[in-house]
Design a protein around this ligand. Structure first.
Ligand SMILES: [Zn+2]
Length: 340
């Protein structure tokens, strides 16, 4: 099969189209013919060695396609069935899995991290991680929401438990997680404040439903939140920027506010005012990925038109390096997809 393989860590140029053997499935596994695979920051971190992966490696966590082959112990799946792969892999045996908390599995893995991923014509996964797609959901749309939108859903619906009428601040609205977070918060009935580095990105965030756009290169976003909320602050902040913004994110919260975070792209050593944490009775909630149950909810919400996946560009598989360069330049808005 054709696959994008890298044999060493490095820049986008290490991504090369190769002919490699198809994955061999075990009795409990399914082989999926990949029709669309999302490009994520995680793929870049693996490629540069910031996240260590086995080499040579095939990356890619967000897959939609068709069942090509099923292991002998797998039941209820048909060849040709349209599916997505829940990217948060888990061992199904540790204490957290037994408690139904698969995203905190002690042996958690993401598809395309320790295992080979979807930058290929075929990828294999455990049958328990394969989700049939709802009727009428396009494969591109499914691939576009399988990791970042899933994470945003887990953050806002499961962790922060937003309700209609709340105020939600979403940082860096151009990113995959944040563009999804804007739509999810709006879907629930919240008022949404979005930050971005350019007016052009803010315009796109408004088109997704953001009520207020804040260009953080021109104004202090915490001051702007104070002004826009008449000093009250917001109920929820969606974070993944980290070191550069964490103190201001905490300062932007109102009483009983919740900060949900799934990343630290500018650095991991955050500072914040501890007095605010207890006086305002704030909650800091760490989030990482999402479960199969949550992915099912996301796919249904997309099929029903409640969330519209934002697709920036689609590329043929061989142009994976070009997609990585575009992501590094941070000029994209929404999801880039590869079509193997
Ligand atoms: Zn486990």
């Amino acid at each position: 099969m054709k696959a994008i393989v890298y044999r060493e860590y490095g820049g986008p140029e290490v991504l090369r189209l190769e002919d490699v053997p198809e994955p061999q499935i075990g009795p409990d596994e399914v082989l999926v013919r990949v029709r669309a695979c999302g490009v994520n920051h995680l793929d870049l971190w693996c490629r540069t060695g910031f996240v260590k992966v086995p080499l040579p490696h095939i990356g890619g966590s967000e897959v939609a396609g068709e069942v090509a082959q099923v292991g002998e112990a797998v039941q209820g799946m048909e060849i040709g069935q349209r599916v997505s792969i829940a990217p948060w892999l888990f061992d199904n045996t540790c204490e957290y899995c037994l408690a139904g908390q698969e995203t905190t599995c002690v042996r958690a893995d993401v598809l395309g991290q320790m295992s080979n991923g979807g930058y290929a014509e075929f990828v294999k996964a455990p049958a328990r991680s394969i989700l049939p797609l709802p009727e009428g959901l396009e494969l591109d749309a499914a691939a576009a929401v399988t990791l970042s939108t899933l994470t945003a859903w887990h953050m806002l619906i499961s962790a922060a438990q937003i309700v209609p009428g709340e105020d939600v601040l979403v940082l860096a609205a151009g990113s995959g997680v944040s563009s999804a977070a804007v739509q999810i918060a709006k879907m629930v009935g919240c008022r949404v404040f979005a930050t971005a580095s350019s007016d052009e990105k803010l315009e796109k965030a408004r088109a997704l439903g953001a009520d207020f756009g804040i260009n953080y290169t021109k104004v202090d976003f915490a001051e702007e939140i104070k002004r826009l909320t008449n000093k009250r602050g917001v109920d929820v902040v969606v974070e993944h920027v980290g070191q550069d913004t964490f103190d201001k994110s905490v300062a932007s919260l109102t009483r009983n506010g919740r900060l949900v975070t799934c990343g630290a792209t500018t650095g991991a050593e955050g500072r914040f005012n501890i007095r605010q944490l207890f006086v305002k009775q704030l909650k800091l909630l760490g989030c990482y990925g999402g479960s199969r149950g949550e992915l099912r909810q996301v796919l249904n919400a997309v099929a029903q038109g409640l969330i519209v996946p934002v697709i920036d560009t689609t590329y043929p598989l061989e142009a994976a390096a070009e997609a990585h360069r575009r992501m590094e330049e941070r000029v994209h808005f929404g999801k880039m997809l590869l079509h193997p």
